[in-house]
Design a protein around this ligand. Structure first.
Ligand SMILES: Nc1ncnc2c1ncn2[C@@H]1O[C@H](COP(=O)(O)OP(=O)(O)O)[C@@H](O)[C@H]1O
Ligand SMILES: CC(=O)OP(=O)(O)O
Ligand SMILES: [Mg+2]
Length: 400
């Protein structure tokens, strides 16, 4: 096999990796997409070729850090004579220190570990592959790319939380997330729709985690996530922005401690909490269509309505900040695939001249608004892995 660059994209609900053939080109050939799913007593590794053909599906008896031993073993067999030139990682939080992609060293790993309390859901999970590789193969070039980097263009004022000043000095301020995805979308938009890329766009990254980003001339002006990935929109299992008074009440009246709050707000809320059924959009749609239980259907329906309501509400807020909007882009798992969600959001925005083309929306076409819609609505697949690959290239060049 040829020399490769491996990219890890760990999310809140999955660990994905992509192996690219190294050519030095910004649009490389994908050799495989892999995913590791963890279950309570085992894990499962699946790898597919770029075209979707199954390469391997293995069940491993371990979970957690042990899975990397299996992964290395499999990879060594698969890659034969090929070398891993570099590994790129999605790291969710770069804090105030890491403003650009950075080479991973023992020192970087230590500093990034310290940001774990900022994001108890992702930071440790996104660092795990980097640590495991560093331990086994410290000679391999590893690069960390951050979800927070893209949002440095948000004005300083908007990065402040209205708390006593000393908190900002301790890093308690707004950062914004999903920046690797927004960066990819901004670049892609400049290629497919340069006029819109120069204007005002709201990108809706709707996956397990969900956020919106207001782009002006391709730069982040504001985003719905802030200090943590808990802020903003309602998500799969996260509540998004809620009245902090509710937390004070939970602490005082229910004696909720930190662990209980983390579990409630990060893992048991959002679509899962309100529906009482699932965080997975596909399961919610199927339940709504098939369930015989009227109470369950009502709860699912309310969860979906609230999900749309929060998106519409936050789109309004971002429009106010940008002084209008020229286009909206839907992306990530739900944004790319759920036509019903897109239609519901667009119908709620009909007052501002959004007109959706039903057939184009059903076909997940690149443009789903009618030609005379005042606001252009696009569907764009995100590609965080490719964005990470591109960020790794300059490091390889400087190491040569
Ligand atoms: N075909 C589909 N229709 C509706 N929702 C989908 C579809 N495919 C994926 N999703 C939803 O996308 C979400 C996961 O998005 P994704 O961007 O893959 O998240 P993450 O990267 O955080 O794991 C889940 O709610 C899932 O149900
Ligand atoms: C930052 C964030 O919420 O990421 P994800 O959508 O992968 O959970
Ligand atoms: Mg994701």
């Amino acid at each position: 096999m040829q020399d490769v660059i491996v990219v890890f994209n760990s999310g809140s609900s999955s660990l994905k990796l992509t192996v690219y053939a190294f050519s030095g080109h910004v649009d490389p050939q994908v050799l495989l997409h892999g995913e590791i799913e963890e279950f309570p007593d085992h894990s499962q590794f699946t790898a597919k070729e770029a075209g979707g053909k199954l390469l391997v599906q293995e069940k491993w008896p371990e979970t957690g850090l042990h899975i990397f031993g299996h992964l290395f073993q499999w990879f060594e067999q698969y890659s034969g004579q090929g070398r891993v030139l570099a590994v790129g990682h999605r790291i969710v939080h770069g804090g105030a220190e890491f403003l650009q992609p950075v080479k991973i060293t023992l020192d970087t790993l230590r500093q990034l570990d310290k940001l774990t309390p900022f994001d108890p859901l992702h930071q440790a999970a996104t660092l795990a592959p980097a640590k495991a590789i560093f331990e086994k193969r410290p000679d391999i070039l590893q690069v960390a790319c951050f979800d927070t980097t893209f949002h440095q263009t948000i004005p300083e004022m908007a990065r402040l939380l209205p708390l006593p000043r000393r908190y900002a000095e301790h890093g308690i301020r707004r950062y914004g997330f999903h920046g690797i995805s927004y960066s990819y979308i901004a670049g892609r938009l400049a290629e497919v729709d340069p006029a819109l890329a120069q204007g005002r766009t709201i990108v809706a990254h709707l996956g397990s985690g969900a956020s919106l980003c207001a782009l002006r001339a391709s730069k982040s002006l504001e985003t719905t996530m802030g200090f943590s990935a808990l802020d903003g929109l309602m998500m799969g299992t996260r509540c998004g922005a809620i009245d902090p008074g509710a937390l004070l009440y939970m602490v005082q009246s229910e004696k909720a401690d930190w662990k209980t709050l983390v579990t409630t707000l990060y893992h048991q809320s959002g679509l899962l909490g309100v529906s009482g059924v699932s965080s997975d959009m596909r399961i919610l749609r199927a339940t709504l269509a098939q369930s015989q239980d009227a109470v369950q259907r009502k709860q699912v329906s309310e969860a979906l309505e609230l999900f749309v309501y929060r998106i519409v509400q936050e789109i309004g807020a971002l429009m106010a900040i940008m002084g209008g909007v020229d286009g909206i882009v839907f992306t990530a798992g739900i944004g790319e695939h759920d036509e019903c969600l897109r239609a519901d959001v667009c119908h709620a925005l009909a007052w501002m001249g959004v007109e959706i083309d039903k057939a184009a929306n059903a076909a997940h076409a690149p443009v789903i608004s009618k030609p005379d819609s005042k606001i252009k609505i696009r569907v764009m697949p995100t590609n965080e892995e490719l964005q990470i690959y591109r960020s790794v290239l300059p490091f390889l060049e400087s190491e040569r």
